[in-house]
Ligand binder design. Structure first.
Ligand code: F0G
Length: 472
């Protein structure tokens, strides 16, 4: 694979600069707090940014999930909500948009991504089976484990190195996958759990060549490939930017081709379907669909709303059509890259190449004096909030949780603090403020001692764990 040098969006597209293909019609005031107020808020939140109140946050980069700004078209769509219990017209609009742009035959609505993960895991995994995938995601893996499966990471090794410039660090290591299948036997593999814009790897893409070869390999063994379609728009952008033969193809065509190499998908529509709540599950196999459609009424809601209001499904249908526009995706990834370039100019250690939805600060290189047991990435998220009220989140040892068999911490190679950029929400000036704050925290790095965990919940501990600063 060729090594890439990230280019500015201007160079890439032969223009002087890029700008967002929208203007602002309504604004939401935010305010800066004092250092003293932030110290109080952080202590009350147990040094966990998930436990802060959003009113105490200045620039909120906790997540790009459910935090997008909807368009005037989407807000108008809310007024067209058909709130019938069964057969809402908005459901059919949503199904049409999914069929047209993702290409799957059958759609099951869910309240958000993890609702869909629950259904697919319960429907497809037999206890004792393994689920290979291109790096774990927290909720995805937990649902696979709760269904009796075991997630096995088969991402390429470059993904675990934050400095490696491989252009498709989300790719599946096909040789590793094939030897795993041969070792355990194809009947022990429930499905391949493939994700685009791999979240925990730093928002890294999967190439078209890789998904195509993956599908061919799995077809030989009769193993289905299911896609976590969350953030596939950004993945499609990277294919257009970096993969031979895709430069002149629209994002929409790339997305649909990619999905054609998979047997179905689950989706957190709260990301690149540009809505504040919603999700879906889509498959091509009718028998599986019948089963999922039956399960959804038990766990989510009737099969024509799955936990969403009619108006939410209308906004989602419109959001899909807006999100496949090339100029939108270019500006979306361009803003993330803008922030990344500022930090790289100052030699702040981040995951490279810059990914599609967030900047990931490399806490291991940020705080080389802190062992992973002192939660460097959690510490960094807390320090950044204390400096400026910018909220990010930990994606390291806390997020990785404990091994269900041994009960010990899992020690992921990547110890990262994520600054996720909500879609269509912040300006370039906000990114400047964020970069300057990260720089200030970096300059102060030697003063920092780390955290100790004082409360740990059983599931997905990063959401609710509490910490105390180490002072000695
Ligand atoms: N898959 C991926 C890759 C995700 O990033 C998420 C959520 C989910 C599935 C679950 O979807 O939240 O709608 O239930 N990620 C959020 C984040 C929480 O901040 O990265 P959900």
């Amino acid at each position: 694979m060729p090594q890439i040098v990230p280019k500015t969006m201007g160079q890439q597209f032969g223009r002087r600069s890029w700008a967002e293909p929208w203007k602002i019609k309504m604004v939401e005031p935010i305010h800066m707090t004092t250092r003293e107020e932030r110290e109080r808020a952080m202590a009350e939140a147990g040094y966990n940014t998930f436990l802060l109140r959003s009113q105490d946050v200045y620039i909120d980069l906790l997540t790009d999930s459910g935090t997008s700004a909807m368009s005037d078209r989407q807000w108008s769509g809310l007024m067209l909500g058909d709130e019938a219990y069964a057969g809402s017209r908005n459901f059919y609009h949503m199904v049409e948009a999914i069929q047209e742009h993702y290409g799957y035959k059958y759609v099951v609505p869910t309240h958000q991504g993890r609702g869909a993960e629950h259904l697919i895991s319960q429907a497809v995994i037999q206890p004792g089976q393994i689920v290979p995938g291109n790096m774990y995601f927290t909720t995805t893996r937990l649902h696979q484990e709760l269904a009796g499966g075991k997630f096995v990471d088969v991402i390429i090794p470059e993904a675990h190195d934050p400095t490696d410039l491989h252009p498709f660090k989300g790719n599946v290591d096909l040789a590793k996958l094939e030897s795993l299948i041969q070792e355990v036997g194809a009947d022990k593999v429930a499905y391949i759990s493939l994700a685009g814009t791999v979240n925990m790897a730093g928002g890294q893409p999967v190439s078209m060549a890789n998904v195509k070869a993956l599908k061919a390999l799995c077809d030989r063994y009769g193993i289905p490939v299911y896609l976590d379609a969350t953030r596939m728009m950004e993945n499609a952008f990277f294919i257009q930017e970096r993969e031979e033969g895709y430069q002149d193809k629209p994002i929409a065509a790339i997305l649909k081709e990619f999905c054609s190499y998979t047997d179905g998908a689950w989706m957190s529509a709260k990301k690149d379907n540009l809505v504040n709540i919603g999700g879906w599950l889509a498959v091509n196999d009718q028998q599986l669909f019948d089963r999922l459609r039956n399960m959804v009424v038990v766990y989510e809601g009737l099969h024509t709303y799955g936990g969403m209001a009619g108006r939410d499904m209308e906004a989602l249908a419109i959001g899909i059509r807006e999100a496949v526009q090339d100029d939108y995706v270019r500006a979306r990834v361009g803003q993330v890259r803008y922030l990344g370039e500022l930090l790289m100019d100052w030699d702040v250690p981040i995951v490279q190449p810059v990914g599609g939805h967030a900047i990931f600060l490399d806490a291991k290189r940020f705080y080389p004096h802190l062992p992973q047991d002192l939660f460097p990435a959690q510490t960094l998220a807390a320090e950044l909030y204390l400096d400026s009220g910018v909220r990010g989140m930990e994606r390291g040892i806390v997020s990785a949780g404990r091994d269900p068999e041994t009960g010990q911490h899992r020690y992921p190679a990547l110890e990262l603090t994520r600054l996720a950029i909500p879609r269509r929400v912040y300006t370039q000036a906000h990114m400047d403020v964020v970069a300057e704050s990260v720089k200030a925290v970096y300059d102060n790095r030697e003063q920092v001692r780390g955290l100790r965990m004082v409360y740990e919940p059983e599931y997905l501990r990063f959401f609710q764990a509490r910490f105390e600063p180490i002072t000695e």
